[in-house]
Ligand binder design. Structure first.
Ligand SMILES: C[S@@+](CC[C@H](N)C(=O)[O-])C[C@H]1O[C@@H](n2cnc3c(N)ncnc32)[C@H](O)[C@@H]1O
Length: 366
């Protein structure tokens, strides 16, 4: 009896192994053939595609192609093979079902991909294997080392990220920016490269409200939004969930599904002002991005009504508030330090704050 059971188990394992190896070989041959067809001169390519698939529809399928390098040495083919997400899972903190959905979202949609918090690359490999260079994809990671991570320690996060992308031939399908995603010195060049955002993915430090506020003006209609850390067992959920619930209630985000603590949805039709998020400074003072006061004069409106006093002392904004505000440059970043008319929280009071800017006479606006 034991022998029969032993043989049966071995037979099942052997069949599974043959199945997996065959699947891998077929998928790799598939991608290599596409790469070959794309590299061939167009006449040969057209004939081959017609012979192979039978109709002109084949050219549409060719758009399902291996990626083009978009940076460094210019366009180049990458002949990526089949990417087994069960293998990718081994260097990701995300569940394989989440990785599968990320891959699908990157493959199906259009527009640039804004990807914050890849760590050593699990989520990024999943997405890049979906688009294979058909979409611009910027990745922002602060980097450093995390030797105490219990399952996936890293002594060089950016180095491991690049190595994992290279392993799958996907390094040239993404542009990596090292630094904090809310830092203008990192965000601005990355968004300049991307143009607009068709997929926003955030699996970082929980500061999603601020990142969405920064990114909202660049998001395309129907932009796909994917946010991790909504599982209440994780401490970051305390930051992510209230933001998410607030934005869903305002119609700014629409939920499609939740998989293993990762939220999948898209941009709603609501006014993008719904994403506005103000960082708390001290006391009654909040921070808002602003144009350079050297070249611009600004006016602040609360629900359409101007508030003030303007040019208030910072300590007055912090300690007294009641609508006092000041336009200033703080550590090289132009800001408005403001308070609301009744000292309520501007992120929660449901009012709309608009900063109108006018170029100063004689100054060159920048
Ligand atoms: C939970 S891990 C990401 C896991 C990854 N998505 C995966 O598939 O395994 C979060 C990563 O985000 C990075 N990070 C946190 N806040 C960031 C920020 N504001 N900008 C850039 N990187 C950030 C951390 O360094 C860390 O590597």
């Amino acid at each position: 009896m034991i022998t029969v059971h032993w043989f049966a188990r071995r037979a099942v394992l052997a069949v599974r192994l043959v199945y997996m190896k065959t699947r891998e070989a077929v998928e790799t041959a598939y991608w290599r053939t596409f790469a070959f067809l794309r590299a061939a001169p167009s006449r040969i390519r057209n004939r081959a595609a017609k012979l192979w698939i039978g109709t002109d529809l084949s050219m549409k399928r060719l758009s399902f192609r291996p990626s083009r390098k978009t940076n460094r040495s210019g366009p180049e083919l990458v002949t990526g093979g089949y990417v087994d997400l069960n293998e990718v899972r081994k260097f990701s903190m995300l569940d394989v079902r989440v990785l599968r959905q990320l891959q699908k979202a990157a493959r199906k949609g259009k527009g640039g991909i804004f990807d914050v918090g890849p760590y050593i690359g699990g989520s990024t490999v999943a997405m890049a294997s979906g688009h294979r260079g058909r979409r611009k994809h910027v990745v922002i990671e602060v980097g450093g080392a995390y030797p105490d991570q219990p399952f996936l320690p890293s002594l060089d996060i950016i180095g491991d990220l690049e190595a994992n992308l290279s392993r799958y031939g996907l390094l040239e399908c993404v542009s990596i920016y090292q630094g904090w995603s809310n830092d203008p010195a990192v965000f601005e060049p990355s968004i300049r490269e991307l143009g607009t955002i068709g997929l926003f993915f955030f699996d970082a430090n929980g500061a999603v409200a601020e990142q969405l506020a920064i990114c909202a003006p660049y998001m395309e209609e129907n932009c796909t939004v994917i946010l991790d850390d909504i599982n209440t067992e994780q401490s970051k959920a305390a930051l992510v969930l209230p933001t998410l619930n607030r934005l869903i209630a305002k119609g700014a985000l629409i939920e499609d599904r939740v998989i293993q603590g990762t939220w999948f949805g898209r941009l709603g039709k609501a006014d993008r002002q719904a994403f506005a998020h103000y960082k708390h400074e001290t006391g009654y003072a909040w921070l808002m991005r602003a144009p350079n006061p050297e070249h611009w004069r600004v006016e602040l409106f609360e629900d359409g009504r101007p508030i003030g006093p303007t040019c208030a002392l910072h300590d007055e904004v912090r300690a007294v508030g009641m609508g006092a505000w000041s336009h200033w440059v703080l550590s090289g970043v132009p800001i408005v330090l403001f308070s609301t008319s009744d000292n309520s929280d501007p992120n929660e009071n449901g009012r709309r704050y608009v900063l109108e800017s006018y170029p100063k006479a004689g100054a060159e606006p920048q």
